[in-house]
Write a protein that binds this ligand. Structure first.
Ligand SMILES: [Zn+2]
Length: 149
């Protein structure tokens, strides 16, 4: 490019940038790219709000990263939802809202909380052992795919 052409090119570029009458045209950006960018921004905003909120402590313990929660297909049954958010037919929850008179578990060894049900309750040892046997331990890298994320 000649020096004259280079100067003219620069001049035209400056004019184009400062010209407010030129309409912006988005037809050359694929719709999928726009949707992907918007989705990524939404997940980032959701993650920020998730981290700032004092709500959902139990659910956060299961799903600290929004992006990770959105990846797997989970059959969200009422019982699954109760366990991951602590809201439902659990005595500590029912007691908190004065629906029952005591949060104590039927085993009499503690309050019936999500952690008690999952890790401690002696009445659920058989079910807990069956669950442990059924769950395969999969390395985190394998869960995330070959790119690692
Ligand atoms: Zn118990």
């Amino acid at each position: 490019m000649s020096r004259f052409a280079s100067l003219r090119h620069t001049e035209l570029a400056k004019e184009a940038v400062s010209n407010k009458t030129i309409e912006e045209c988005y037809t050359r950006i694929p719709k999928s790219a726009v949707l992907s960018e918007l989705s990524e921004q939404c997940v980032k905003q959701w993650q920020n709000e998730w981290e700032r909120s004092s709500k959902g402590v139990i659910t956060k313990s299961f799903f600290p990263k929004i992006a990770d929660r959105l990846k797997p297909r989970i059959n969200a049954t009422p019982n699954f939802t109760t366990i991951v958010n602590g809201h439902g037919n659990i005595k500590t929850y029912l007691y908190k809202y004065k629906i029952i008179e005591s949060p104590m578990c039927s085993c009499d060894e503690g309050e019936q909380s999500v952690d008690h049900i999952l890790y401690e309750c002696k009445l659920l040892e058989h079910e807990r052992d069956r669950l442990k046997a059924a769950v395969k331990v999969i390395p985190l890298q394998a869960q995330c795919g070959p790119e690692g994320g």
